[in-house]
Structures are given as C-alpha cells and as structure tokens.
Write a protein that binds this ligand. Structure first.
Ligand SMILES: [Zn+2]
Ligand SMILES: [Zn+2]
Length: 75
C-alpha cells in the first residue's frame, strides 16, 4: 500500500503557529498535503476532508507551555 502523504507528514512542522495566526498547527490534511493547520482552519477550510490530528506526549505539552510563557515575557 502506497502512502505518499506519509513523507509530507513527517517533513511537516507541527506545534508552530498556524498560517491564520490563531492557534498552533496540530492538524494535517492528507487530501491536500499542504501545510499543517489549527483547529480553526480545520473547521473553516477542511470540513469533510481526511484530517489527521497530531498528539504529543504530556511532557512535550508542558514544554510548549513554558515556551509560551517565555515569548510572552519577551513582549
Ligand atoms: Zn489556522
Ligand atoms: Zn483539507
């Protein structure tokens, strides 16, 4: 079984701010094979598509929260 989207998925960067600027990108559309996107874009643009959600461990989530705090204090 050939899964051409797997390579794109591996190369895609998740948990960066979505193009829309609202939330972090935790979804990936395997129909369009475009950039990862957030849940807002999933609802608005990818309704009914084959969308994957990326799940990181709780440890990684804590790490991303700390990064958020740091970026906020810089502002
Ligand atoms: Zn978005
Ligand atoms: Zn889509």
């Amino acid at each position: 079984m050939d899964l051409p989207w797997v390579e794109s998925l591996i190369q895609a960067k998740f948990y960066v701010t979505c193009q829309c600027g609202w939330k972090d990108s935790t979804y990936y559309c395997i129909q369009y094979l475009d950039l990862p996107f957030c849940e807002v874009c999933k609802t608005n643009k990818h309704s009914g598509h084959n969308v994957l959600q990326v799940c990181l461990s709780s440890e990684a989530e804590e790490e991303s929260k700390e990064t958020e705090k740091e970026s906020q204090s810089e502002l």
